[in-house]
Design a protein around this ligand. Structure first.
Ligand SMILES: [Zn+2]
Length: 196
């Protein structure tokens, strides 16, 4: 495997862990696409402590090798790669985004930086949200138009041209959600759709 893929996955895995963007230790996942090959975090590997054996190589198609030990979300990653321009995907169990997604159907940024980056953060509500066919079917449609979306009660999925960009979208969405949470807890008004 390309050393750069391992080094980048290690780096962003540690960032996610150390910055509280993926609260439970073995959850979340990330991948990169190189041609028709996918490099993805191994099922059950610890996000904040990734090693070479924790990165699984597989293909874009379902019958390809490596899938048994790949992340449970491999089907979702494949569907995103097949239906969007994504070259890298980061998925994290982002606490503020999860909390807000449970209490509303849509997220509109209220802080200046958040509004600069995104007009809206879509929330996908499905019956079964973890590694499900329903997510694989519905999430790519949303991610054709957005770099990040939240699966209700589960976590944030973000994509970009590389892991840094996908990671950045994870942090932007979490920042937007944290500010809304803080303002609501201060008794402030967080409904600002009208300005758009
Ligand atoms: Zn997850």
């Amino acid at each position: 495997m390309d050393r750069k893929i391992l080094e980048e996955m290690k780096k962003y895995g540690e960032f996610l862990e150390n910055r509280g963007l993926n609260l439970s230790s073995h959850s979340g996942n990330m991948s990169v696409k190189r041609g028709n090959r996918i490099f993805i975090k191994r099922r059950g590997a610890m996000m904040g402590d990734l090693h070479e054996e924790d990165i699984v190589e597989t293909g874009l198609e379902e019958d390809d090798s490596g899938v048994i030990i790949a992340s449970t979300e491999i089907g979702v990653h494949r569907a995103i790669y097949k239906n969007t321009s994504a070259l890298a995907i980061v998925h994290a169990h982002t606490p503020y985004a999860i909390a807000l997604s449970i209490t509303r159907d849509d997220i509109i940024p209220i802080d200046d930086e958040g509004r600069y980056h995104l007009k809206r953060v879509p929330i996908l509500d499905v019956e079964e949200s973890i590694g499900s066919e329903e997510v694989a079917e519905k999430l790519p449609d949303i991610l054709q138009n957005y770099n990040a979306a939240i699966v209700k009660g589960h976590g944030t999925f973000a994509h970009g041209e590389n892991l840094e960009e996908a990671y950045n979208w994870i942090t932007v969405v979490e920042s937007i959600c944290k500010i809304i949470y803080l303002v609501e807890n201060l008794g402030g008004d967080t409904v600002k759709e009208e300005i758009w």
